[in-house]
Design a protein around this ligand. Structure first.
Ligand SMILES: O=C1O[C@H](COP(=O)(O)O)[C@@H](O)[C@H](O)[C@H]1O
Length: 344
């Protein structure tokens, strides 16, 4: 059965916007991506249960989100846009229970909360602006890179600029109340976080530290405590690297991180009792600057987006060992940034 995917991308050079492709699981082959929606720098995107696509959008001196109806998948229909002066977000996700959309404006250090209207369109409710900076050049100001839900439905943000992870209570009106701030080591550059299915452990990727912080998550308070820091690249690798995307397998046994620079995927085994990580595989992404990757819904495959070499790579995954195996490479796609498997 083919699995459908959407790909977000930069349109700074030859790109046209959002691409569509499919993974043929019988022949284990990813089709050549085709232009799907023309849009400016739709770098990150997500699809809701109601088949609405919410994508980052950049316009002339403005940026925000755009909503499309995918009920008829072949003919996506624009619903509305929510665009503000300044830059566009780097992350977007849907809170299905509260019918809210969270996005993170990296360059402006802002968290934005939108209401999903009955027709699937977006209405801006709340803007939270972080303040501060860190010791590295990339940390000149607050840079919120991620905003998503904790397992107990708090909101969590990662601020790469201030080395902070914030947790909030959020209500269905999109109002937030800050619960806690976790401070990483200086210069860690927290980018994205995922939670173990047991709800007790969290894995925080530090872009600037090329490392993962293993954290204990305290659901009663929204606080994190530190358990382990482990590098995502070999100790003797001294060239530039920025850790990027992080995914955890549904069984909670394996963690995957992309390395932009070392151009690899790091595969970690998770200790089921302690939550601690052991590196067990570093595999080349067969392309430059692997910005994002995703596991298919059955977790038999992994598709990786190599932004700077404009190509995708397909891996198969061994569910027992977690290890990846190269299946297909050099699949052309212009400046891909986001990989999203569709549930339909
Ligand atoms: O991961 C990264 O994301 C930021 C934000 O993306 P942008 O498209 O909003 O610029 C990017 O600036 C940074 O270079 C990159 O490492």
């Amino acid at each position: 059965m083919p699995l459908n995917l959407l790909l977000g991308s930069y349109t700074r050079h030859a790109g046209t916007g959002i691409y569509q492709t499919s993974l043929d699981t019988t022949n284990e082959k990813l089709a050549q991506p085709q232009p799907y929606i023309t849009a400016g720098n739709p770098t990150y995107l997500t699809v809701s249960k109601a088949r609405r696509l919410y994508s980052v959008l950049a316009e002339e001196k403005a940026g925000g989100l755009v909503a499309y109806d995918l009920t008829n998948f072949q003919t996506p229909r624009l619903i509305n846009k929510s665009v503000q002066p300044g830059s566009s977000p780097a992350y977007v996700t849907v809170d299905e229970a509260r019918q809210l959309v969270y996005s993170a404006k990296y360059h402006m250090g802002q968290l934005l909360i939108h209401r999903i209207l009955p027709n699937g369109g977006l209405k801006l409710l709340t803007t939270v602006t972080d303040h501060g900076h860190g010791p590295k050049p990339e940390q000149d100001s607050a840079h919120i890179h991620f905003a998503d839900l904790t397992p107990d439905r708090r909101l969590v943000t990662c601020d790469l600029g201030t080395d902070e992870v914030h947790t909030y209570q959020v209500n269905s009106a999109g109002e937030v109340k800050e619960n806690a701030i976790y401070q990483t080591a200086a210069g860690f550059g927290p980018r994205h976080i995922v939670f173990h299915p047991n709800g007790k452990f969290a894995y925080l990727v530090g872009e600037l530290g090329s490392a993962v912080d293993v954290l204990q998550y305290h659901a009663a308070t929204g606080k994190f405590t530190h358990l382990q820091t482990i590098k995502t690249i070999p100790a003797d690798y001294t060239a530039h690297n920025g850790a990027a995307a992080v995914r955890i397998s549904q069984d909670g046994r394996f963690l995957y991180v992309s390395n932009r620079g070392h151009d690899s995927l790091a595969v970690f085994v998770i200790n089921s009792d302690s939550g601690l990580l052991t590196l067990q595989q570093l595999i080349a992404t067969e392309g430059e600057f692997p910005r994002d990757f995703a596991l298919d819904p059955f977790e038999k495959y992994l598709v990786c987006a190599n932004q700077n070499s404009s190509n995708l790579t397909l891996f198969t995954r061994n569910a027992q060992t977690g290890k990846l195996h190269l299946k297909q490479k050099d699949i052309p796609c212009t400046e891909p940034v986001c990989v999203c498997f569709l549930p339909f």
